[in-house]
Ligand binder design. Structure first.
Ligand SMILES: O=C(O)c1ccccc1NCC(=O)[C@H](O)[C@H](O)COP(=O)(O)O
Length: 202
């Protein structure tokens, strides 16, 4: 199962996430207590080994800013919250970036990743990065097929239940591995990954 640890802001946290086995690490380049600048993100990306996806997170920024900041940060993927025209997605793919399309699960309940092509879908709570959970059963009996990540209020204590209920392709967490908002805990990161791997074993 694909695991993304998001909202990282120190090299130590990036190293902790990589050491714990994360498949992706996220850097928030939009309004947030976790925000880093594109230049800070580039220094963090330098600690991300080949095979681990570095993701820049945006919300409602204009396409030219997303393109500029993603290039400055040197990330391999952009995660877009908010509304964007299909042409924006196509332009970013043409730059060789992987797209993570974030949406409120309420909207996407039952949506198929087939609607999202090669992009990754992030089904999140209505307030991204809030640590708020939501009713995973809202996905109904037919969760999306394809490469989709479950997010929103996940933590070591609930991720096994969430995985069993929603059966996602991947999971994403930020608040649930912090000691306080914006301050990651290497121990919680490690525990989260351990619980995910145990849940995968069934
Ligand atoms: O993390 C943020 O502060 C943030 C701010 C604005 C837009 C997106 C943001 N995070 C996006 C993520 O991918 C989070 O990991 C995801 O929303 C889950 O967050 P959490 O419920 O805190 O685990």
């Amino acid at each position: 199962m694909f695991v993304k640890i998001c909202g990282l802001s120190t090299t130590q946290d990036v190293e902790a996430a990589v050491r714990a086995g994360a498949d992706a690490v996220g850097f928030v380049l939009t309004g947030s207590p976790r925000r880093v600048s594109p230049e800070q993100a580039r220094r963090l990306v330098a600690a991300v080994p080949e095979g681990v996806l570095s993701v820049a997170v945006f919300r409602d920024e204009p396409l030219d800013q997303v393109r500029r900041d993603a290039r400055a940060a040197g990330v391999g993927a952009v995660q877009l919250h908010g509304e964007h025209p299909a042409s924006a997605f196509a332009e970013l793919r043409d730059l060789g970036l992987t797209l993570v399309r974030a949406t409120s699960a309420a909207f996407a309940a039952g949506a198929s990743c087939g609607d999202f092509g090669e992009d990754l879908l992030l089904l999140d709570s209505p307030v991204p990065g809030s640590g708020e959970s939501w009713d995973w059963s809202a996905l109904g009996e037919a969760p999306p097929s394809g490469r989709w990540m479950l997010a929103g209020g996940l933590a070591p204590a609930n991720v096994a239940e969430a995985v069993a209920l929603a059966r996602p392709w991947g999971v994403d967490v930020s608040s649930g591995v912090e000691v306080r908002r914006g301050v990651k805990s290497p121990e919680l990161i490690e525990e989260f990954l351990r619980r995910v791997r145990a849940a995968e074993q069934g």
